[in-house]
Design a protein around this ligand. Structure first.
Ligand code: BGC
Length: 255
């Protein structure tokens, strides 16, 4: 996989799956804009590692629930690296609650971070690709729960279901203009979003027993697939989802 000469934005790029995506992209030669909203030191550490290995990366504080934040990221990619070739909508949050429990404010927050950010990230990136005349790629980091109901995880499932149709609708709309849109849908991954499960041995065991490959994923196992979707190796892929879940969707229940 060769991403030399490509300039890529990763939202929520300083932690969890986002940080692994940044590392995979940079290892393949891409220059990366690392978006963050908190823990700037994590973005700075990533930049330091990438630069020490001879790569290019920059951390940018931006709130991707606003178009101003998204435009700031794209502007930085263009100013620092000359253009924009790919945009990864990775920023996300998960607050567990059922339909009967959820209130309007909580639902709106999850939708803003997980879905509205991705809608306008896709829109702003696509406008830039079209203006450049280069084509480009958007990757949406979704979840098995884009298609797999999980009781007690209502807002998250609704947001990921929305992302599923964002990828398909935007992919169909933008294909004729040389813009690809793909989703990568992880299952259970060892990241801060799953810290409560990972810390509890019994819960972790129960989760791993429900996964055909019998282990949660390392973040790098998702990052590498995102880098593949960004690359020309996936140049015929659009408007669809790659599931990277150890088979969990076909195992038992979401945990
Ligand atoms: C969620 C995890 C969950 C996994 C499998 C992921 O999208 O973030 O909390 O364990 O799906 O159900």
């Amino acid at each position: 996989m060769d991403l030399h000469g490509k300039s890529v934005v990763v939202t929520g790029g300083n932690s969890g799956i986002g940080a692994a995506i940044v590392r995979s992209l940079a290892a393949a030669g891409a220059a990366v804009v690392i978006d963050y909203v908190s823990q700037p030191e994590d973005a700075a550490d990533l930049v330091k590692d990438i630069v020490a290995a001879g790569g290019r990366a920059i951390g940018v504080e931006a709130d991707v629930t606003t178009t101003a934040g998204i435009d700031k990221l794209i502007g930085t990619a263009v100013d620092e690296f000359g253009q924009l070739d790919a945009f990864v909508n990775n920023a996300g949050m998960e607050l567990r609650h059922s339909l009967l429990e959820v209130d309007e404010e909580t639902f709106a927050k999850v939708m803003a971070v997980n879905l509205t950010s991705a809608v306008f990230g896709t829109q702003r990136a696509a406008k830039r690709f079209i203006q450049q005349g280069t084509g480009g790629v958007v990757v949406n980091v979704s979840s098995v729960h884009e298609d797999w109901p999980m009781p007690g995880n209502l807002s998250y499932c609704v947001s990921k279901g929305g992302m599923r149709m964002l990828t398909r609708t935007a992919g169909v709309e933008l294909g004729p203009q040389g813009v690809r849109v793909g989703s990568v849908a992880p299952g259970a991954v060892d990241t801060p979003i799953n810290a409560a499960t990972m810390k509890d041995d019994a819960l972790r065991q129960k989760l791993e027993n429900s996964i055909p490959l019998r282990t949660v994923a390392e973040p790098s196992e998702i990052g590498d697939v995102v880098a593949f979707v960004v690359s020309d190796a996936a140049k015929y892929m659009t408007a669809t989802t790659v599931f990277v879940d150890g088979g969990i969707m076909h195992g038992s229940v979401g945990l």
